[in-house]
Design a protein around this ligand. Sequence first.
Ligand code: PMP
Length: 355
Amino acid sequence: MSRFLSNKYASLEPYTPGEQPKTRVLTKLNTNESPFPPMPEVVEAVRREAEILQLYPDPDATELRKAIAKRFDVDPDMVICSNGSDETLYFAFMAYCDAEAPAVFPKISYGFYPVFADITGISSREIPLKSDFSIDPEDYYNADGTVFIANPNAPTGIPLSLAQIEGILQNNPGNMVVIDEAYVDFGTESAVPLTKKYDNLLVIQTFSKSRSMAGMRLGYGIACPEVIADLNALRYSTNPYNIDRLAIAAGVASLENDEVNAANCRTVMENRQYTVEQLKALGFEMTDSTANFIFVKHPEIGGDVLFRKLRERGVIIRHWFKPELNDYNRITIGSREQMDILLREVRDIFKEAGI
Ligand code: PMP
């Protein structure tokens, strides 16, 4: 760091994204991207919009908010769009956390939550998971702070039911509850319908995973209009043109053909089932994931060892070099072909190691 950096950032520990290799790797299963390319309608919409890049985009992303509102049967003034869902999360930390309202989230969850807490200068309370890695919803009753829960949770993939989410909302009438649904489309029930009933709920979703658009950086939040107005005040105070023309056009085109995205999600879920069965047959243990990734360990090989050996063979999965997660790896569910390469390499590694 330079000698000019403000002291308030001296101890900041930035979020570490999963590796994005500079060259195309054989099998990339480390950052939960979709194995499917964007649909042709999305590519064509982007191409068309690229012809008028001399003009600023609509700061209210009106067409996209309308499309999202239609898709989820809510009013457009219940929707905010952002540069990835990370940005809506950041707005929520800025808007709803302070000395009176610390951030409350699971100890094992999305690694960005503690970083957002840090950069917004607020304290956080990290609640341990149960021994089976699940979240006990009652731990979040009367939270005395702003609750952030990824549903399904990451990197475990374990979901809470809608009834459990509703329990958290009912038992926090004075606290904001943020449900991060980045991975909801792979088999978890969404809490979006509850946004019409609870003014303390903000649901966050993304185009990055189920809609094959991680490279476009597009996310959104859905909540009652008053909450959306709060978030917009922060958005207009930081970056009113936070999503560009290409992202707006791509998002609209994607939602016009959302059944294609849904079919892709079904394929990923089938591939998940297949991979789970094959890995279990090899002795792996894992959580019951409803996400586009699985969280696995094997009693006879360290998580870090498997991660390194797969990497040498061109298969990248995600490992955290932290004591509590060292036995585990998170593996993105990709195409059937990608999963077969993973399985082939795992079998080979096991053969070599005499497992
Ligand atoms: N929430 C969770 C739980 C995630 O894993 C991610 C992806 N890293 C995000 C939010 C943010 O995704 P994006 O900014 O691409 O929408």
